[in-house]
Design a binder for this molecule. Structure first.
Ligand code: C5P
Length: 232
C-alpha cells in the first residue's frame, strides 16, 4: 500500500458517520474506526463502511493474554479490515499470537501495527505509574524495535518520530502518524503537530487526520487539501 490519508471517524453513531461519508461523492477515503464507534454500533458498522468501498483501519488497540488476543484477532480477520492494531506493551508473545490469529487460512491478513507509549503518557506518568525509568524517546524506539522483531508491519507514532523509526526499523516498517494539522488550522488538544506536507517530507507512510477534516466547514475540500499536501 502506498501513502494515504486516513480519516479518523470519531463519531458515536452510524447515523453521524454516514452523514459525514455521504459528503464524499467522488472519492472513497481510507477510514479509521475507533473504540467509540465500534462499541456503539458493533462489527456491523465495519461491514457497512467496507461495503461502501472504503479501506478500514480498525483502531481497537488490543492488549490481553496471548491466547485471548489471538482469538480476538481471528474474529477481526473475518471483518476484512485493511489495518488493525495492538499495544506493543503486550510483549512479543502477544504480538506473535495476534499475527497467528489474524492470518486467514489462505495466508492473507490485514496489516498489523503496534501502539508504543500513548502520546497522552509523559515521562512523569510513565515513571510514577508504570515504573519505567528510561527516557520516553528511548522507550518508544525500543517498543518499535520489539514490534518489528515480533513481525509487526509498523507502528503508530508521532510524525516527529517517523524518520527515526525508519532509521532503526527499516524503510518498509510502516509509520502511521496522527497529530497532523494544517499550517493555518486549530491545534486543539494535540501538543506535537506537523502539517501533511512536513509529514510527507519526514517519511510518514499514512497520516491519520480527524478534526481538521471532520470538523471543517467543507470536509471534502479539507480532505483534498490533505491528499494534495501528503500524497501528490
Ligand atoms: O482529531 P485528530 O486529528 O486529533 O484525531 C487524531 C486521531 O488519532 C484520533 O482518533 C486519536 O484518537 C488518534 N490518535 C492520536 N494520538 C495517538 C494515537 C491515536 O491522536 N498517539
Amino acid at each position: 500500500m502506498g501513502k494515504d490519508v486516513i480519516v479518523a471517524c470519531d463519531f458515536s453513531s452510524a447515523e453521524q458517520v454516514f452523514s459525514f461519508l455521504d459528503k464524499f461523492t467522488e472519492e472513497k477515503p481510507f477510514v479509521k474506526i475507533g473504540m467509540e464507534l465500534f462499541y456503539a454500533e458493533g462489527p456491523q458498522i465495519v461491514r457497512e463502511i467496507k461495503a461502501r468501498g472504503h479501506k478500514i483501519f480498525l483502531d481497537l488497540k488490543l492488549h490481553d493474554i496471548p491466547n485471548t488476543v489471538k482469538k480476538a484477532m481471528s474474529v477481526l480477520s473475518n471483518l476484512d479490515v485493511d489495518i488493525t492494531n495492538l499495544h506493543a506493551a503486550g510483549t512479543t508473545a502477544m504480538m506473535q499470537a495476534a499475527l497467528e490469529g489474524l492470518t486467514r487460512p489462505d495466508g492473507t491478513r490485514p496489516l498489523l501495527i503496534a501502539v508504543t507509549q500513548l502520546t497522552s503518557t509523559d515521562q512523569e506518568a510513565m515513571e510514577r505509574d508504570i515504573m519505567i525509568h528510561a527516557p520516553i524517546d528511548e522507550v518508544v524506539m525500543h517498543y518499535a524495535a520489539t514490534a518489528a522483531n515480533a513481525g509487526m508491519d509498523g507502528i503508530v507514532c508521532s510524525p516527529l518520530e517517523a524518520g527515526k523509526v525508519h532509521e532503526r526499523c527499516g524503510r518498509n516498517f510502516l509509520t502511521v502518524t496522527p497529530g497532523v494539522r494544517f499550517a493555518d488550522g486549530d491545534v486543539g488538544d494535540q501538543k506535537r503537530v506537523m502539517t501533511p506536507a512536513a509529514a510527507k517530507e519526514i517519511g510518514s507512510d499514512y497520516i491519520v487526520v480527524g478534526r481538521p477534516i471532520t470538523g471543517a466547514a467543507d470536509p471534502v475540500a479539507a480532505y483534498r487539501r490533505c491528499v494534495a499536501e501528503f500524497c501528490d
